[in-house]
Design a protein around this ligand. Structure first.
Ligand code: MLT
Ligand code: MN
Ligand code: ZN
Length: 306
């Protein structure tokens, strides 16, 4: 099984179009050593190297497809290597890319929870709008760890586990989160049983998620913010990390403390990194702290084979 990071940044990407924070300005003018990153998505292939599951449809999907020749059409006048789409939530950065795939000759096969489905037909009716284009073939995904498969992505098994978080800001139930608004995906190689967890949005580490992390060879987990007050302290926004449903990396009970409890052999990768996060700067003390804790930062194009 291959997991390829298509986009490793959080919503807004890096650098963000309207942002002059130290990272964004420094990435533009070359004073900060930090690679640009597109918005949050991975692709997964099993035994058929030409059949990929797209996990989250980023606003940057077209640019992401363009840089990977093996994700491009080659077999027929109209052709797609995307054999199914799985959504971890209904956030803008994970769903707007569906609009970019509207030329599909077949309805887009999409796996998502009932909570995400409600938002994508209600508060932000992307699925309904796509009904006038290629259409959606929706597959219901439970969020209690039930196993499922994508029929056209052989050799990969999937489970979704509800995680603490928030629905998107546009959601009619933004202030009253429900189970299934956000999930972690446990993605396993059917032959070896080796698993990776992909969880770009995690508000807290609860027992079901923790046991999935403990059982995985690789974790790709919420790397949005280094500190709770990161955007407030930089004068960029009034929201704290926890207000947005993201557990910060530093501090008591933060993501780093949790990751350090996992076995040394577990590959630990922070993903969905916000442009304000100092870990993007390869020369920052925060990045050095990660390195000494054995924690990596995802970059676009990173590939993991399990
Ligand atoms: C989030 O996860 O909070 C998002 O990245 C927000 C967004 O898409 O703007
Ligand atoms: Mn996001
Ligand atoms: Zn910025």
């Amino acid at each position: 099984m291959r997991i390829r990071v298509l986009g490793s940044a959080a919503g807004g990407g890096f650098p963000q179009w309207n942002c002059n924070c130290r990272n964004c300005a420094g990435a533009r003018n070359g004073t900060v050593r930090a690679a640009p990153r597109t918005q949050s998505s991975i692709a997964v292939a099993g035994t058929d190297a030409a059949a990929w599951a797209l996990v989250n449809a980023s606003p940057d999907i077209l640019a992401q497809l363009r840089v990977h020749s093996d994700l491009q059409p080659a077999r027929a006048p109209r052709d797609s290597r995307l054999a199914g789409i799985v959504l971890v939530d209904a956030q803008i950065d994970h769903t707007v890319g569906l609009f970019m795939l509207r030329e599909s000759t077949a309805p887009l096969a999409v796996w998502c929870t009932d909570a995400a489905y409600a938002d994508l037909t209600g508060g932000n009716p992307i699925f309904s709008v796509l009904g006038s284009y290629c259409g959606i073939e929706r597959h219901r995904m439970g969020s209690s760890g039930e196993e499922f498969a994508l029929d056209r992505v052989p050799g990969v098994r999937w489970r979704a586990i509800a995680v603490a978080g928030k629905p998107a800001p546009y959601s009619p139930h933004r202030s009253a989160p429900v189970r299934g608004d956000n999930v972690a995906l446990v993605i396993s190689d059917a032959a070896s049983g080796k698993a990776a967890v992909y969880a770009p949005g995690v508000g807290a580490i609860e027992p079901a998620l923790w046991s999935a992390l403990e059982g995985s060879a690789c974790v790709l987990i919420d790397g949005t913010f280094w500190s709770d007050e990161e955007m407030v302290a930089q004068g960029l926004a009034a929201k704290r990390a926890r207000d947005l449903g993201h557990l910060p990396q530093s501090g008591a009970g933060g993501m780093l403390e949790w990751l350090q409890r996992l076995p040394r052999a577990t590959r630990k990768i922070l993903i969905h990194v916000n442009n304000t996060n100092p870990i993007l700067d390869e020369d920052s003390p925060e990045r050095a702290a990660l390195a000494s804790a054995g924690v990596e930062v995802a970059c676009d194009g990173m590939e993991i084979t399990l």
